[in-house]
Design a protein around this ligand. Structure first.
Ligand SMILES: [Zn+2]
Length: 403
């Protein structure tokens, strides 16, 4: 005989089991969702931070054709003994911001081309439309756009440019990574980057950034092509000039007439040009500085790990400039140089021209060490990018200057 209560009891048991199953399924779904999300972040981080083998053709054999490493003629001031040890970098080695832009990162394992740089500039502008605006401020000799990123919302203005020297493409990567991480920090809950409050700084300042001041040079070095038939000794390992064979960092109207370095025709580097400010790229930076009242200016270069901040051309403001330079030296551990007293070193230089024209601090930062002097041509410097540019401390340079 069947129990009259059996059917309802069975239904009740089944109902309870189904409820438990639904709860378990929901928990499983949440767990899988969280897991996938974390995995996506992890993959992005691994790609960003762990060395990746570049798809560029290995160029070691190409480099070995050079009979001797070219001497560094970029700046000739002897570094002083004021080399500092950076305690700052030890305190802030952890990656400070969680990326809020999954799917986008600055690929530090590859050098930029004019095209890939512009792609990243446009992507940044679309990711942070309220924080970044992009414009073209001029054209190179070969009609390539010289891009300007305005980063921040502040009334005060500051300026930074990279890759005025062709072979120093890695400085474009450096400045772009700064822009990206400052934006991410600005959007984060704390608004901080290391010990710096980026949110406050970018409310106070707008940084005008030219990620590549010599776009033709970037292509010349990348494509291994002689730009000018009259340059017989072309070597992309040491090529710094624009497409006319003029070293833009010798072309600014500061003691230009007195430069006498023996280079009298277009060359890989150090040719000052037929007249001061003869090149469109030079005029472009001059016009930017004339039309905006910058509090300070930076030009990023590659060789020597040092901070250039003053010369003997006009020492009126040098004490003030040196104080800020000392802070940057303390931050990075880079050499604080002496005042430059060689006109062939300071003559025609961008930052030299800037500080003497506008009586404001102008710095040349040599971002990487002599051992990485082959920056434009070896992929190792990109594979180990963060170490190459001493990212743990150099990423704060612009923020320190604004503080
Ligand atoms: Zn340089």
């Amino acid at each position: 005989m069947k129990s009259p209560n059996k059917k309802p009891k069975t239904i009740k048991t089944i109902s309870i089991l189904i409820s438990i199953l639904i709860v378990l399924m929901a928990c499983l779904f949440v767990l899988v969702f969280v897991f996938i999300n974390n995995m996506k972040r992890l993959v992005v981080r691994i790609i960003d931070s762990i060395p990746v083998v570049s798809s560029f053709i290995p160029e070691t054999s190409d480099y070995s054709k050079q009979t001797e490493t070219p001497s560094e003629t970029e700046k000739t001031t002897t570094p002083t003994t004021e080399k500092t040890t950076s305690s700052f970098s030890e305190k802030t080695t952890a990656r400070p911001v969680e990326t809020s832009s999954p799917g986008f990162f600055i690929d530090t394992s590859r050098r930029y081309t004019h095209s890939s740089l512009n792609d990243d500039i446009n992507k940044l502008a679309s990711l942070y439309p309220d924080l970044i605006s992009v414009s073209t401020v001029g054209k190179s000799v070969n009609n390539r756009a010289i891009k300007l990123i305005k980063l921040g919302k502040g009334e005060k203005k500051a300026f930074a440019c990279a890759a005025i020297h062709a072979r120093e493409i890695i400085t474009s990567k450096y400045i772009m990574l700064c822009v990206f991480e400052y934006c991410e920090a600005y959007k984060s809950k704390t608004g901080k980057y290391g010990q710096y409050n980026v949110k406050e700084l970018l409310e106070e300042y707008t940084i005008f950034i030219v990620p590549c001041a010599n776009p033709d040079g970037m292509e010349i070095v990348g494509n291994k092509k002689v730009p000018n038939a009259s340059i017989s000794s072309f070597s992309r390992y040491e090529y710094k000039a624009n497409t006319n064979g003029v070293d833009l960092n010798r072309n600014f109207p500061l003691a230009w007439e007195r430069i006498n370095n023996g280079i009298t025709k277009p060359a890989s580097y150090d040719y000052k040009g037929k007249s001061s400010a003869s090149e469109p790229e030079t005029k472009c930076l001059m016009s930017l500085c004339k039309n905006n009242s910058f509090e300070f200016a930076f030009s990023f270069h590659i060789t020597g790990e040092c901070v250039y901040w003053g010369d003997v051309y006009d020492t009126t403001n040098n004490n003030g400039f040196r104080r800020l330079a000392k802070r940057l030296s303390d931050l990075t551990g880079f050499y604080l140089t002496n005042e430059s007293n060689d006109v062939n070193s300071y003559g025609g230089g961008f930052e030299n021209w800037f500080r003497h024209t506008y009586k404001k601090p102008g710095f040349c930062i040599e971002l990487i060490s002599y051992e990485h002097r082959t920056s434009p041509t070896t992929n190792n410097d990109y594979i180990h990018f963060h170490n190459t540019v001493k990212w743990s401390s150099t990423r704060y340079i612009l923020l320190e200057a604004m503080s």
